[in-house]
Design a protein around this ligand. Structure first.
Ligand SMILES: [Zn+2]
Ligand SMILES: [Zn+2]
Length: 205
């Protein structure tokens, strides 16, 4: 019966490098092929059997039950980027690209399994692209890096020019965030500053 050891492959690679051992040397010491070591380090759990993993661990002086080796630490720290899907929430910072109002979500990092609510409006945060056919994980920026859909679409009506709207709304959002952040010491990772510099072509979707 196999042990089915849980291993953090990247940690094995890192430890080998730190010790200045090549894949070929490790393979010779562990009695397997270099390509098996290479595949194992790249994340192929089936590249070597458990007995070989134990040999590799002893060569590299790795505690197989330690949180680094099992990846438990990495799993506990599995944070993902999330955003608030509400277009008029002040966590989403408006800016103008080619006369269109775009929204730069204020990204919050939170544990994958955690149901996180927006600190500013209370809405449940999203961690995937707003396009239901895409569902790519969220990265920084206004639009999905895979399908180009804006994470948050501006759906409000404009009773003024987009320029006026955006500059008025930017001031409002800054003020709102400021007053809300003063109430809470947990500053959220907003992008009021970065979206000004990030604005323009790259985030033009
Ligand atoms: Zn919100
Ligand atoms: Zn997408």
């Amino acid at each position: 019966m196999p042990l089915r050891l849980n291993v953090n492959h990247e940690f094995f690679r890192r430890t080998r490098r730190e010790k200045g051992i090549t894949q070929a040397e490790l393979a010779r010491l562990a009695g397997c092929t270099q390509s098996a070591v290479s595949m194992f380090e790249a994340g192929r759990r089936d590249a070597v059997n458990d007995a070989t993993i134990q040999t590799i661990a002893s060569v590299l002086d790795i505690d197989l039950k330690g949180p680094d080796a099992t990846g438990a630490e990495a799993a506990a720290a599995a944070f993902v980027a999330k955003y608030c899907p509400i277009d008029d929430c002040p966590s989403n910072f408006p800016y103008l690209v080619r006369n269109r109002v775009l929204l730069m979500p204020g990204i919050v990092n939170s544990a994958v399994q955690e149901k996180t609510r927006c600190r500013l409006c209370g809405e449940l945060l999203e961690s995937t692209c707003s396009n239901g056919d895409c569902m790519a994980p969220v990265t920084r920026g206004a639009c999905c890096h895979l399908c180009g859909t804006p994470y948050v679409s501006f759906i409000g009506e404009l009773n003024e020019s987009p320029e006026l709207f955006v500059s008025r709304r930017q001031t409002e959002v800054r003020n709102l965030r400021e007053s809300m952040q003063n109430q809470s010491r947990h500053g959220f990772i907003g992008s009021a500053g970065s979206c000004d510099s990030d604005g323009g072509s790259r985030n033009g979707c």
